[in-house]
Write a protein that binds this ligand. Structure first.
Ligand code: CO
Length: 359
């Protein structure tokens, strides 16, 4: 994170920002804890947590003030820290705060600051700030993607007649960790044959059979940042002409969109590039989801790359481009790459083959 950006955020919209959401606390501190709050107060940073994390936070957050609740309520401690600094406008995460947290915060603030403290909605500002990735975040994402690709290359040879979708999904998640991932980005999707027509199929006991198409949607985290990739392929020669055609349409739609995505476009325009191409090939109704999404600390983040999205693409945003065509009873094809928007186009993190046949 660029320190100046959040300083600006806290100064422009409020005197101080209180960050409660787990992913947002990670965004500001680069540390994971299960309990606490981050205060962004001008150039000053405060991490409020309890005794379990005191040593951990003190040893990792140089220049931060670490405040231990010492058994007090979290919101009382937050309010006390705000009172100490004369905060009159406190930014908060209006989109993610729980009702109980909101009530607790109001109550504690009214006790600690009798002169009053206004709560200022800041979720959109945090969301915008998180959507622009710096060099370090981009390299973490690239590494997460590299690990995912090494994993898929290792696991494809294990797909044999009789093995289940669940076994392949489990193997992918295991290999990603062994190859250096922190964890998976989301539950891995493995779909054989007709199951590939369900865009978010949960891996089942369905066994791989000769001639089945294979869809794998997978990702892992590195340095706190997610990767996300989908590949659809046959293991051996297929005579399924419709799926072969669909594979070609989806791959071409995706290549066209990736080639023509630029900063300044709306995400709706990126979606339209895939959608128009697929429509012109007669599969409009079978493309039943948006073209993509932002990726970061969470696998689904701002912006929304879907039909009609007015979100503007900016340099440093990481998005997926993942058109798909799904024919119920037959099967489906999705191709998903993850790209970062550059000054004049995109850099594609995803290098894995899009060939119809995996070998
Ligand atoms: Co995705």
């Amino acid at each position: 994170m660029e320190k100046n950006e959040s300083n600006n955020l806290a100064k422009t919209y409020c005197d101080c920002l209180v960050v409660l959401d787990d992913d947002n606390r990670f965004f500001y501190s680069k540390l994971r804890t299960s309990f606490g709050a981050v205060l962004v107060y001008g150039d000053h940073r405060v991490y409020i947590s309890d005794g379990r994390y005191e040593y951990f936070l003190k040893s990792h957050l140089m220049g931060w003030e670490i405040v231990c609740t010492n058994g007090a309520q979290l919101f009382d401690t937050i309010a006390k820290e705000c009172a100490k600094r004369g905060v009159a406008r406190l930014g908060f995460e209006n989109a993610t705060i729980l009702k109980t947290q909101y009530d607790g915060l109001i109550k504690s603030l009214s006790t600690a600051i009798p002169t009053g403290c206004t709560l200022v909605p800041c979720s959109d500002k945090i969301r915008d700030e998180k959507s622009i990735k710096n060099a370090e975040m981009i390299e973490c994402t690239a590494e997460a993607q590299r690990i995912a690709e090494e994993t898929l290359a290792k696991v494809i040879p294990l797909i044999k007649i009789g093995i289940t979708e669940r076994e392949i999904a489990a193997r992918i998640e295991y290999e990603m960790i062994l190859l250096g991932a922190e964890t998976k980005s989301f539950d891995t999707i493995v779909a054989f044959g007709e199951n590939s027509a369900k865009p978010h199929h949960a891996p089942s006991y369905r066994k791989f059979a000769k001639g089945d198409i294979v869809l794998v949607d997978m990702g892992c985290k590195f340095g706190g940042y997610c990767s996300d990739m989908t590949r659809t392929f046959f293991l051996s020669e297929s005579d399924n002409q419709e799926l072969i055609t669909i594979h070609g349409v989806v791959t071409e739609a995706q290549k066209y969109a990736i080639k023509n995505t630029r900063p300044g476009m709306t995400c709706g325009e990126v979606d339209a590039m895939c959608r128009e191409y697929i429509k012109s090939n007669g599969y409009e109704k079978e493309f039943s989801h948006g073209t993509g999404h932002g990726v970061g600390i969470a696998v689904h983040e701002y912006p929304r790359v879907g039909a009609g999205s007015e979100d503007i693409l900016k340099e440093g945003m990481i998005i997926t481009i993942e058109p798909g065509i799904y024919v119920q009873g037959l099967g489906g094809v999705r191709m998903e790459d993850m790209v970062v928007v550059t000054h004049d186009g995109v850099r594609n993190f995803t290098k894995f083959s899009k060939n119809l046949y995996s070998k």
